[in-house]
Design a protein around this ligand. Structure first.
Ligand SMILES: *Cc1c(COP(=O)(O)O)cnc(C)c1O
Length: 442
């Protein structure tokens, strides 16, 4: 399979090139040049397959031409070594819990998949020979969640080194512990600045000729095809589990609601639909960052500076995967509106949703999932069955959740283990020359 750029001014790339580059040379996003439909027989027996078996079939449709079956099966099996249970919250509304992975957030799957895929390409190149040219270096700027998923996804993967840049003092202790305590091939850089400064350092590094001649650099956010595409597994999994509990007698009634920031997750769902997955429509649930919502209302896309909210992993003012959605729908606003509804909630509405759901059902939502639950509550038709993606474990936001609900939720052992670890980080001035010379000396 070849990958083209949404900007249309870069040559097509192989999967390996697309993964190693992240962004296309014309600053566009890579898209697979076709989307394979899965056969009806697959959907007939989907509820009898394990999550791993099912995901392998989905992965093969995208990556089968580039990765041999045995290796791809290994990559998928290793990536999905945890459950994503579907919980009935109330009549007609289900939560697909995507937070049982290593860092308790849905990004674990994409990060791990990308790590294993990159490792596969590096090793295929140097079978029986010592590795030529050294390592691939992943640079990632984080305001919290992406850094932990990427660091843990790549931990111990030989041939790859990860540099996580985060703003000093602006990341919660729980989050910080998930990428500063790992050691090995993970280096945490504590930048004296804000998140945007971290992001600017990373962007400048990708554009620096001397640095790129010295070392192979790539990114691991959802612009990377290997990060976002595997998230399609979740949507097939939601459908398979609903079929198992026989809740969707008529699959044409399934509505999936996705708490969205950079829109990588929901874009993977749109790909799943193109592959034949019977989803009637999607909902994109946003916090106060309402750029996509406004686009649906007006047809105008107006990026804004991001606003800080309670659901901070969705504080995005210019969602990077919007370009992919436009491309998928050939720029047709009416077609996008037909498939996706929008919702936007202020922090007050998010708090209200968390309380209402907890009081009525006992289910504890995190602030991101709360946007999803509320959108279903408000916009689901009586004949429809709704699934929202619970994108993070509420314990990742324990202080906020306890404060809002008056609870004292338990911290899973996995999270406690991170917090017991010893912090190792490198202090970094907010200065590109300092960052560059640090990297040049590695
Ligand atoms: C990253 C993230 C989101 C947003 O996902 P996108 O793919 O960027 O739309 C939502 N919730 C949580 C908890 C996240 O970490």
């Amino acid at each position: 399979m070849m990958y083209y750029s949404t900007n249309g001014r870069a040559p097509q790339a192989t999967l390996r090139e697309a993964v190693e580059r992240g962004l296309a040379p014309d600053r566009g996003l890579y898209m697979p040049d076709h989307i394979q439909q899965l056969p009806a027989s697959f959907f007939d027996r989907i509820d009898q397959l394990t999550f791993q078996e099912m995901s392998f079939e989905v992965a093969r449709a995208f990556f089968g031409g580039d990765v041999d079956d045995a290796s791809l099966k290994r990559i998928v099996t290793d990536t999905l070594a945890f459950e994503t249970p579907l919980r009935r919250v109330e009549e007609g509304i289900y939560s697909l819990e995507l937070f049982h992975g290593p860092t308790l957030a849905f990004k674990d799957v994409g990060a791990r998949f990308m790590a294993r895929l990159l490792q596969y390409f590096i090793h295929k190149d140097c079978e029986g020979r010592p590795m030529a040219g050294g390592e691939v270096n992943v640079l990632v700027a984080t305001s919290g969640d992406t850094g932990s998923a990427v660091a843990n996804g790549f931990l111990g993967v030989d041939g790859i080194h990860v540099y996580v840049l985060y703003p000093k003092g602006k990341v919660s202790r729980i989050q910080e512990s998930q990428f500063t305590t790992l050691g090995r091939n993970i280096t945490a850089l504590e930048v004296d600045g804000v998140f945007d400064d971290c992001q600017a350092l990373v962007k400048n590094a990708f554009m620096d000729g001397e640095l790129n001649a010295h070392m192979t650099l790539t990114s691991a956010n959802s612009i990377n095809v290997a990060r976002f595409l595997p998230q399609a597994f979740y949507y097939f999994n939601a459908y398979a589990q609903l079929k198992r509990v026989a809740a969707v007698a008529d699959p044409s009634n399934l509505v999936v609601c996705v708490p969205s920031g950079n829109f990588g997750n929901i874009t993977a769902g749109l790909f799943a639909k193109r592959m034949g997955l019977p989803v009637k429509r999607f909902m994109a649930a946003n916090n106060a960052n309402d750029i996509f919502y406004n686009y649906l209302q007006t047809g105008q896309y107006c990026p804004q500076p991001s606003k800080q909210t309670l659901a901070n992993a969705m504080d995005v003012g210019d969602p990077s995967n919007f370009a992919r959605i436009l491309d998928l729908y050939a720029n047709q606003w009416a077609d996008i509106k037909a498939d996706i509804s929008g919702a936007t909630y202020t922090d007050d509405r998010i708090r209200e949703a968390m309380c209402q759901c907890y009081e009525a059902t006992g289910y504890v939502l995190d602030p991101h999932g709360a946007c999803g639950w509320r959108a279903l509550k408000e916009l689901l038709q009586p004949s429809e069955v709704g699934v929202f993606l619970e994108t993070a474990h509420p314990a990742k936001f324990k202080e906020k959740v306890d404060d809002i609900l008056g609870t004292d939720i338990a911290i899973p052992e996995r999270l406690q283990a991170f917090m017991r670890g010893k912090k190792q980080s490198v202090e970094m001035a907010n200065d590109f020359d300092a960052f560059k010379s640090f990297l040049m000396n590695q």
